[in-house]
Design a protein around this ligand. Structure first.
Ligand SMILES: C[S@@+](CC[C@H](N)C(=O)[O-])C[C@H]1O[C@@H](n2cnc3c(N)ncnc32)[C@H](O)[C@@H]1O
Ligand SMILES: Nc1nc2[nH]cc(C(=O)O)c2c(=O)[nH]1
Ligand code: SF4
Ligand SMILES: [Mg+2]
Length: 210
């Protein structure tokens, strides 16, 4: 296909730069422990210094892939599909999610919320970043708020973000992986003092699975 044709389809969200796909157990948040098929879409310019998937950032390194092919393949593995990245909302998620919904699959997203919310989602995990704050619209829709705790100032950021979400949104504090030894005791103490928060761990890393 011509380069220009590909970029038109990517612009529409009919093709997406696909980094990887894998069937695993959701490690984080509310659905932790649940089998799910992960679709990791390349491209992110938020720039978290502790990001655990920096290889995803450059969209140009990941092959533009037709969403129909992504959907056909995903349906073979699971009824729960987690779309992550990179930042999936860098792209128009409508074509991908309408394809997944047409197959009766449940659509979950992992997002920083930094870009316009597109797509039809059964579950939105919003993980805001200080460097590029979420768009106002996504706070009303998020099912869980997951704040990464790298240092103590992140507790203040968590409280500030919690004022913006809807009343049913479940609140999680998740230790940044490289700081887990230092920050887990602080998170435990914080959650016992402020029980509206729950702890989320990256349990897939403890299980040694993708
Ligand atoms: C790699 S991000 C991709 C999705 C989206 N860009 C986002 O940040 O929500 C997936 C999840 O991993 C979290 N995360 C990334 N690096 C992490 C780290 N080093 N320790 C703990 N959580 C991390 C993010 O906050 C997000 O909730
Ligand atoms: N098992 C597993 N669970 C996850 N939950 C969120 C992840 C992500 O990178 O978005 C992730 C991931 O990479 N693996
Ligand atoms: S927004 Fe997500 S993918 Fe982008 S740098 Fe931050 S953690 Fe990594
Ligand atoms: Mg991950």
């Amino acid at each position: 296909m011509l380069k220009e044709d590909v970029s038109v389809l990517v612009k529409k969200g009919e093709m997406l730069p696909l980094m990887e796909e894998f069937y695993t157990i959701q490690g984080e948040g509310y659905y932790k422990g649940t089998a799910a098929y992960f679709i990791r879409v390349g491209g992110c310019d938020v720039g978290c210094h502790w990001c655990d998937v920096k290889e995803s950032w450059n969209a140009g390194l990941h092959p533009p892939t037709h969403v129909n092919n992504i959907v056909e393949n995903a349906a073979k593995y699971s009824d729960t599909i987690v779309v992550t990245g990179g930042e999936p909302l860098s792209w128009n998620m409508q074509p991908l999610t309408s394809g997944l919904k047409a197959k009766g699959l449940k659509t979950h997203i992992e997002t920083s919320g930094a870009y316009k919310l597109t797509g039809e989602w059964d579950w939105i995990c919003l993980s805001p970043k200080k460097l590029k704050k979420p768009t106002p619209e996504i706070y009303k829709k998020a099912h869980e708020l997951k704040i990464i705790i790298y240092n103590r100032s992140d507790f203040d950021f968590a409280e500030e973000q919690a004022t913006k979400v809807n009343k049913d949104c479940i609140l999680y504090l998740q230790p940044e992986w490289s700081k887990r030894e230092k920050m887990i005791p602080e998170i435990v103490e914080y959650v016992m003092k402020n029980p509206k928060w729950k702890v989320s761990l990256q349990t897939h890393k403890y299980l040694n699975i993708p």
